[in-house]
Design a protein. Structure first.
Length: 229
C-alpha cells in the first residue's frame, strides 16, 4: 500500500509541489470520460488535491502556426517584430523542447509537456501509454495513430512497457477500491451481506487462448457493478 501511494504521488498528483511549468497536475475537465472521473474520485478519497483549471489540457497545433504567432510578437532583445526560426532542442517521445531564435540571436525556450514530480518522465508520454492501453491499441497502435496525425512517434516499446509496469499498482489499487465500494453500496441497499447477482464475461480475442478477459457482476438490487479484469 505504501508503494502504491508513493507511485500515486509521483505520477498523478503534485501535492506539496510548487506550481509551475515543470510540474504535472491532474485536473478535471468537462469533456473527460468515465475513466478520468473514476480516477479523480479515487484521488479525492485519498485526500489528494484535484485542482480545477480549464487550461490544463493539450492542443495539437501545426508548427507553422507557432511561427505565425511568434511573428506577431515583439522580441524583448532587439525590440523589433520577431523574425526568426524554430528548432527542436530535445525530444522524448511526444515531448519536445522548442527553441525560437530571433534574427538578433535571442532565444526563447519552451517545453511542450510537464515533467512528473520525482521522476524524469513527461506527462504526455505517461498519458499516451495509459490511453493506448485504455483504447486497447497498445504501443504499435499508438505508433500508427501518431503517424496518421503527423506527430512525432511515441516513446519506444521498452519505455512504453516500463511506464505501464510503473503505474500499474496505482490502477490496481483504484480497481480494488472501486469494486469494494460497489459491494458496500449493494450491501447497504439490500441491508444484508448475502447478495443475489448476475454476471457476464468476455475475453480480449477470439478463441480460448486469450490470457486477458473481463467479468461484469451486477447485484439484482443495485446498479453497482464489480468489474474484474
Amino acid at each position: 500500500m505504501k508503494k502504491t501511494r508513493q507511485l500515486q504521488n509521483d505520477l498523478i498528483s503534485d501535492i506539496d509541489q510548487p506550481t509551475g511549468n515543470e510540474h504535472f497536475t491532474y485536473k478535471e475537465r468537462q469533456f473527460a470520460g468515465p475513466s478520468y472521473q473514476k480516477l479523480s474520485n479515487f484521488l479525492e478519497q485519498q485526500n489528494t488535491d484535484v485542482v480545477k483549471d480549464t487550461n490544463d489540457y493539450y492542443q495539437i497545433i501545426h508548427n507553422s502556426f507557432l511561427l505565425e504567432l511568434m511573428k506577431q510578437s515583439i522580441c524583448i532583445s532587439c525590440k523589433s517584430i520577431w523574425n526568426g526560426d524554430m528548432s527542436v532542442a530535445q525530444r522524448e517521445g511526444l515531448y519536445c523542447s522548442l527553441v525560437f531564435t530571433c534574427h538578433c540571436s535571442n532565444e526563447i525556450k519552451i517545453n511542450t509537456s510537464k515533467q512528473c514530480p520525482k521522476t524524469s518522465q513527461r506527462d504526455i508520454n505517461i498519458r499516451s501509454a495509459i490511453g493506448a492501453n485504455f483504447a486497447g491499441i497498445g504501443h504499435q497502435g499508438l505508433v500508427k495513430l501518431c503517424g496518421v496525425l503527423n506527430v512525432p512517434p511515441p516513446i519506444d516499446d521498452d519505455h512504453f512497457s516500463r511506464t505501464i509496469t510503473r503505474i500499474l499498482p496505482v490502477f490496481e489499487s483504484h480497481k480494488l477500491n472501486s469494486m469494494k465500494n460497489a459491494i458496500e453500496e449493494a450491501c447497504g441497499e439490500s441491508n444484508k451481506r448475502k447478495l443475489t447477482v448476475s454476471g457476464d464475461g468476455t475475453w480480449q480475442k477470439r478463441g480460448f487462448s486469450s490470457l486477458h478477459g473481463v467479468v461484469a457482476i451486477m447485484s439484482t438490487c443495485s446498479s453497482a457493478k464489480v468489474h474484474i479484469r
